[in-house]
Design a binder for this molecule. Structure first.
Ligand code: SD4
Length: 294
């Protein structure tokens, strides 16, 4: 039985359910993560990733996504890509169909179209309404722009084979062209069959500076459990990156035996888990109040 993890309460549930369905129809562990993220991207009711997520200051949704396979360290990513769904599929094609690691912006979109995806408008009426609210009164919506959990990061482990993937619309009302940690290998995700996989969500600028996912995988390589490795990364971030104490920065990890952990710098964090055939949600609180790992 694999272990599969997905971040945040509402979008994480949609993603995990789809990943488990894919597992039950014999998909590979990386395909399970991809199915999970594609389902959450496609769900217009989730103000999270893909369709229905919140746009940049120009009113355009720009998507970032990444995948990594710990078997051979192969990876693919797209960033600042407009009007294409699922972004995670395009990241997978970058990995499987090009010699490159990342395609950006309009060229990522062109690559997606060349590979058969039709561009579409991803803005829902609700997203348009919220964009106009923000335009009319940016100050009153500023804190809310940082409180929406607009990323799903997923990790998987199947018999010692670890994989990681992430999809995001980035921060709501971000500067056009801004790219966060999620599509950056080592920051938003990292997977290595020698030690485990890790992922991140939260304030991308800080997670990127900390190389949060790589740092966490390396801590496991040095003998820490997934939970200890996440705690160590969060301790480092709160010590070295003060902004990570003001806005949540979360890391999650899975070990080669399927054990897992997660930690956050601020606010409660919810992680969806598929382990031993059961689906459940765990809460992590910042610092010493963290719930211990299974
Ligand atoms: C980013 N890390 O683009 C993402 C945002 C995020 O929940 O995770 N939001 O910075």
């Amino acid at each position: 039985m694999p272990t599969i993890l997905a971040t945040w309460k509402e979008p994480g549930q949609v993603a995990l359910d789809a990943a488990v369905r894919a597992w039950k129809s014999n998909s590979s562990i990386l395909d399970c993560l991809q199915s999970g993220l594609a389902a959450a991207e496609d769900d217009p009711s989730l103000i999270a990733i893909g369709r229905g997520s919140l746009p940049n200051t120009d009113g355009e949704i720009e998507l970032d996504a990444s995948v990594m396979d710990g078997a051979d360290l192969s990876a693919g990513a797209v960033c600042a890509m407009r009007g294409i769904l699922p972004a995670v599929q395009v990241a997978r094609w970058v990995k499987d169909r090009t010699p490159h690691l990342m395609l950006a912006g309009d060229q990522a979109r062109r690559f997606a179209i060349e590979n058969g995806i039709s561009p579409q408008n991803l803005m829902t009426q609700e997203a348009v309404r919220r964009y106009h609210d923000w335009r009319n009164d940016p100050a009153s919506t500023a804190s809310y722009a940082h409180s929406i959990h607009d990323t799903v990061t997923m990790l998987g482990c199947d018999s010692g084979h670890v994989v990681a993937a992430s999809s995001t619309s980035g921060w709501a009302f971000k500067k056009p062209g801004r790219v966060g940690d999620s599509p950056i290998i080592g920051a938003g995700i990292f997977a290595d069959n020698e030690s485990g996989a890790a992922g991140a969500t939260g304030l991308g600028e800080e997670l990127w500076k900390a190389c949060a996912s790589f740092r966490t995988v390396e801590a496991m390589r040095n003998g820490l459990t997934p939970q200890e490795a996440c705690d160590e990364t969060v301790r480092y971030m709160t010590r070295r990156l003060p902004a990570s104490r003001e806005t949540p920065c979360v890391v999650l990890a899975v070990g080669l035996d399927g054990s897992f952990g997660a930690a956050t710098t601020k606010d409660p964090f919810h992680l969806w888990v598929f382990r031993d055939g059961e689906v459940f949600v765990e809460e992590r609180l910042p610092k010493s109040s963290s719930v211990s790992c299974h």
